[in-house]
Design a protein around this ligand. Structure first.
Ligand SMILES: [Zn+2]
Length: 227
């Protein structure tokens, strides 16, 4: 492998580490939970956190290079067992360049309670694309998880995974990190409002301009033929 190629991949690995450290430092994952991946554009490949990831100590040498068919290109640590969830999203959404899966606690609680997060802040529409819907339980590591997640996401960039927290995606690393962290913050606020006994949602007829912002800056779903 040439030095030029090594340098090219260094940036992808550094991005995976940066995303992983970010979600770890925000408390969205602990040791061995969740995963972060970054797509290699035009190559049908991506880089992802390893199985049993030690977020506090991880370096670029821990990052795993995979083909979309699951073949591991890199030597060293084995891939996260949940890589198929990432592949499903990359295949369905060409605009996605980063996928993040967390085990964040408030979003997990809502999933267990079979709740979805309605639009309670305008920024949910801008950054996430609207409400955070919920995918029913499917076993981790299977193709079913990706299918269920994509169906729940609809045109948005995130969803809750029942018994399994959150998946978020974005046009780049920063946007995916923002989405994953915003889901948890909204989950926490929604959970608190539910305990207080009332949830005031943003009126449906006031969100159109925020939908336009989402479409311009953050949306990753392919355009529908009807559009
Ligand atoms: Zn998981």
């Amino acid at each position: 492998m040439s030095q030029e190629n090594l340098d090219e991949f260094k940036e992808h690995k550094e991005q995976v580490v940066a995303g992983a450290k970010a979600i770890y430092n925000m408390g969205l994952v602990q040791f061995g939970e969740g995963n972060v991946s970054v797509r290699v554009k035009k190559a049908d490949e991506f880089f992802i956190t390893p199985s049993q990831n030690d977020y506090a100590r991880m370096t670029v040498d821990d990052v795993v290079h995979l083909k979309m068919d699951g073949t591991q290109i890199s030597q060293g640590k084995p891939t996260s067992s949940e890589y198929k969830l990432h592949v499903a999203i990359y295949r369905a959404r060409p605009k996605v360049n980063c996928v993040i899966h967390t085990h964040s606690p408030y979003a997990s609680m809502l999933g267990l309670a079979l709740k979805e997060i309605p639009v309670i802040f305008e920024e949910m529409v801008i950054f996430l694309g609207g409400p955070v819907r919920r995918a029913p339980y499917t076993q981790s590591g299977t193709d079913d998880l990706g299918r269920a997640a994509l169906e729940a996401m609809g045109d948005t960039n995130t969803c809750l995974l029942t018994n399994h927290a959150v998946v978020a995606c974005g046009r780049d690393l920063d946007k995916a990190v923002k989405a994953a962290s915003l889901v948890e913050k909204m989950a926490m606020i929604y959970w608190g409002a539910l305990q207080a006994g009332h949830v005031e949602t943003v009126p449906d007829d006031k969100i159109d301009k925020f939908k336009d912002m989402f479409k311009g800056l953050f949306s990753t779903a392919p355009r529908k033929k009807a559009d």
